[in-house]
Write a protein that binds this ligand. Structure first.
Ligand code: KG4
Ligand code: ZN
Length: 331
């Protein structure tokens, strides 16, 4: 089955065509970074307006790149939530209208589930069961995954998401938005041992995360040392990144050991971080887990993951009614 996926939960307008939940025929992502950059974060009203402008050309571009007519699309899948309501409404309403007009089924996809589906679009998907660490700008959670439709939350952030911490630290350092990739580039030139931040492991048995403490610690360090002759921003970025990444890797591998799984995976925008990938690969190798990492293009928001998740819903007849609505918070 060829599914058209649509993603518009935040600041990317994306469309993709995926065959059988496995093979990407085309994937188009229109980023709005240049719209929100100057505000240091996503401005919801501007995001929805840009989605309105972009949605039709982005879907047309996906069909074009796949060299397929609209009549080849057998099902539609769109992100239903969580996300910004105005943004979600654009993609979701477009998807419903298209499916209704063509007389084909439409699936409503949970954005977090969709991120995990990026793993099934790789040449080497994890076998079930596996533990997945989802690290994005809005969410940080550990999932025990037993099938494409069954994910059990083992733990999540109690405050900021990991990506949000990268974004906020980048803002404090005057590096702009979004901050993850910029911090990563700067950290590559720094020494992670020069400025050492406390690792927030919480209780020993906890699979929850907390990143607001380190964000405050970076703020305090900057306030005290920013103008010191020996203070290098690259060292602060490297120290911050190392502290976040170490906690993520340790918790993921402990969750995998507790659940006695052989496979671990990463998903979400922060999964593009090379230091995280490198540290996980090394530690998991030592501890005997096989590691599954989506390519960077499938880590951040995209519609191929939405189409893949939609495929698994449509395959068991889980389509939405035409009165279905979007939702803003995780449920
Ligand atoms: O999954 P995503 O595209 O959107 C959400 O669903 O939130 O994740 C975006 C987040 C942003 O916070 C961004 O700063 C972070 O992912 N990010 C990174 C990197 N690339 C993107 N964080 C760390 N290192 C990166 N290379
Ligand atoms: Zn996302």
């Amino acid at each position: 089955m060829i599914v058209l996926g649509i993603e518009s939960s935040c600041d990317e307008t994306a469309a993709a065509l995926v065959r059988d939940g496995r093979e990407i025929l085309a994937s188009v992502v229109a980023s709005q970074d240049e719209v929100h950059y100057r505000y240091g974060g996503v401005v919801p009203e501007l995001a929805s307006r840009r989605h309105m402008e972009a949605i039709t050309p982005v879907v047309a571009e996906a069909l074009d790149r796949a060299a397929l007519p609209l009549s080849a699309v057998e099902g539609v899948a769109a992100t239903q939530g969580p996300g910004l309501i105005g943004s979600l409404l654009v993609g979701f309403s477009f998807a419903k209208a298209l499916a209704f007009a063509r007389g084909i089924p439409c699936a409503g996809v949970n954005h977090l589930d969709a991120h995990v589906h990026a793993l099934y679009l790789t040449p080497d998907p994890p076998g079930f069961p596996f533990v997945c660490l989802l690290v994005s700008g809005g969410h940080t959670g550990l999932y025990h995954v037993t099938s494409p439709r069954d994910l059990a939350l083992m733990g999540q952030t109690r405050d900021d998401a990991a990506g949000e911490a990268f974004d906020k630290v980048a803002k404090m350092m005057g590096l702009g938005y979004p901050g993850g990739a910029v911090i990563e580039r700067l950290a590559a030139e720094g020494d992670p041992e020069r400025v050492r931040f406390t690792r927030a492991y919480l209780a020993a048995e906890s699979f929850d995360f907390s990143f607001s403490g380190i964000k405050t610690a970076v703020g305090r360090h900057l306030a005290a040392h920013r103008n010191d002759p020996g203070c290098r921003m690259a060292d602060v970025a490297a120290g911050f990144q190392e502290a976040v990444v170490e906690v993520l890797v340790r918790k993921l591998l402990r969750a995998a050991a507790v659940r006695k799984v052989a496979h671990v995976g990463l998903a979400g925008g922060v999964a593009a971080n090379r230091r995280l990938r490198e540290l996980l690969a090394a530690a998991a190798g030592r501890e005997g887990f096989s590691v599954h990492l989506p390519p960077a293009a499938l880590c951040g928001d995209n519609a191929a993951m939405v189409a893949a998740a939609g495929h698994h819903l449509l395959a068991v007849g889980r389509h939405i009614g035409w009165d279905a609505d979007v939702f803003s918070r995780h449920r």
